[in-house]
Design a protein around this ligand. Structure first.
Ligand SMILES: [Mg+2]
Length: 198
């Protein structure tokens, strides 16, 4: 019996930070782990930029409220949830950001992180549930007797994909495809569904 684990942003949703950066016309918020590889450094940078520009959590949530899942994502997820007994979304995002979009996806199970917020409504920090949480979730599911198939789009998914019994890349950057040719690659939902269900 297999559990299906999916990354969220880049697989079912657009990148939230990119949408926020575009909304506020702020290129400082566009940086990702590809620009600053240390996640804590990247987050501290983002929090500083938000505060400097007086952008509160509620402002970001307002932007996210206007976002939609990627075209076809909900139907794709519905199909997977009908096929696998358990589908879990494993993400590095925060519940405070993701929940409105999770509702638009039909309330699938999401394991991610959370934010701390100051009394004035600014994001003051974040709580990483555990380091390398995606990989550890897959390992834990295997530890309670399930097989695991997984899909993700980026560097932060590689350890999860390696730990799964089958890992699939979805619309990854070319550099990842070149460097990690062992992973099958899907560029659309029908192909991804087929590779996960194999
Ligand atoms: Mg992603």
């Amino acid at each position: 019996m297999q559990i299906c684990c999916l990354d969220l942003e880049g697989v079912l949703l657009p990148e939230i930070w990119i949408a926020v950066a575009e909304h506020f016309h702020n290129d400082d918020l566009r940086l990702t782990t590809r620009d600053i590889s240390d996640y804590d450094q990247l987050m501290q940078h983002r929090l500083k930029v938000l505060r400097k520009n007086r952008i509160r959590l509620a402002d970001i949530q307002g932007v996210i409220a206007g976002m939609q899942p990627l075209p076809g994502a909900k139907a794709f997820l519905d199909d997977l949830r009908a096929h696998f007994p358990v589908v879990v979304l494993l993400s590095d995002t925060y519940y405070e950001f993701a929940m409105p979009l999770i509702r638009k996806l039909g309330n699938p199970t999401l394991l991610c992180n959370w934010l701390t917020v100051s009394r004035t409504g600014y994001i003051s920090g974040y709580v990483l549930r555990q380091p390398d949480g995606k990989r550890k979730a897959v390992k834990a599911f295997k530890g309670i007797g399930f097989g695991v198939v997984a899909a993700g789009d980026s560097y932060n998914d590689l350890s999860m994909l390696r730990t799964a019994d089958r890992g699939v890349l979805f619309n990854p950057p070319d550099a990842i495809v070149k460097r990690y040719p062992a992973f099958p690659v899907a560029r659309d939902y029908p192909t991804l569904g087929r590779l996960l269900k194999q």
